[in-house]
Design a binder for this molecule. Sequence first.
Ligand SMILES: [Zn+2]
Length: 487
Amino acid sequence: MNSPDEQTLEDEDPWWQSHKDSMGVTLCSVGLHVAVLAILAMIVLPHKLYDSTEYMTIRTEVTTNAPLETVDNLEITPDKLVAGSFNDLASVAVSTNVVSDQPSATTIDTKQEELQWEVDAMEFLGQKHKFGELSGRTDEARSILLKAFGGSATSEAAVASGLVWLKLHQKENGSWSFNHTSKDCGNSCTSAGSLGNNRVGATAMALLCYIGAGHTHLKGNYQETVKKGLGFIEQEYLKAENKGDLRGVPFGNSGMYAQGLITIALCELYALTRDRHLRNMAQDSVDFIIAAQHPENGGWRYRPNQGDGDTSVVGWQIMALTSAKTAGLTVPGRVQVRAERFLESVQLEDGAYYGYIAPQKKSTTTAIGLLCRMYYGWDARKPAMQVGVKYLGALGPAKDNQYYNYYATQVMHHWGGQDWKNWNRVMREMLVSTQTQEGHAAGSWAPRDPHARTGGRHYATCLSILTLEVYYRHLPLYHRRMLKKEI
Ligand SMILES: [Zn+2]
């Protein structure tokens, strides 16, 4: 990861000033977060489908000294929301803000409490940044970061019930499937995905959800669940013809997605546990990704070394290699140089926007491209980064594209400030209010996505959980970089 240049931010940086103001505190910093994760979204990513994406307009106007909203004053009961009418959420957010602008003892207390949360988070990030990207996943850190970056007891409860649903749908051999159905589902867990043979991809997504909340095979309440999933992956690893090839059989077009996803999971597990048993498996899967990169255009596609890379597959591989570096595994510097060459080949306006296989201004691929750029060291002051983030913020979360939401939420979290707060308010409530509450499907999400048919309920549930883990899953990139300079 490149280091941002060393000049002082305070005086002339408009990004810094706006974020500082939006925190409402002088000691400030920027609020953000990152994410080194991933998911198998896209199976044969039909990018044309994104043309019809409907977005949720963020209409909230918040003054710089307005108190932060918590979910508790944004109570939205599911029966008030009709599926597809998410603009209601923005309306609620606006009215809440109006109320919160009225001075009262309650708002003063709330504001002081929230400022304290931010101070706690800054202290944590200042002390712990040297311990690495994944240090937000302890119980203590999750509590601090959740409060400071806009999570809530309700969003955490949604994550918790999602993890229970996943456990109930783990297969006997420790794997998960995009065809999640079991004899216990009855008529409750509808929307099975058609990509039932990509067990590695489905298992990787589920494991990422547990790991994202700090659950490993050696720690937490789901040790057996994670251990069984890991056991399935190890069997796949042992029977692979080529070392580190975890694409699963048959590979199909989803093979490299599965490879990227499981590599992230293995790297994160190794980083969190330092379990030496995992090291070779993680490094071998990383090496497979490195060898699969096209040497000239720097991209990845459905098959190793396929010439025409696409941003969707590339995004997962870059996230996997970022996780590898976090875990202290070996990634040659030339890989980033080549990957940046690919990103340049699909970008518009100096990297503000990204297309799928050609330069275009597309929402999902722009979110992926910007997240990659953030991890590859782009400064927040870079005009293209500012333009790209503003574009996503203006679009808002999508009603029907959780893959886009997953990436864009990470971008906005890293970005921080008021832009993040506005985004998060809508995104968080959309996910909390659309989680299934009844029957065997309780804790899952019905798919509302271009990949609904292939990924099904399992895919939608994993992406939703991971999105709600954004507060602590990765430490905010820009925040950490800034603190490093100041300490
Ligand atoms: Zn079920």
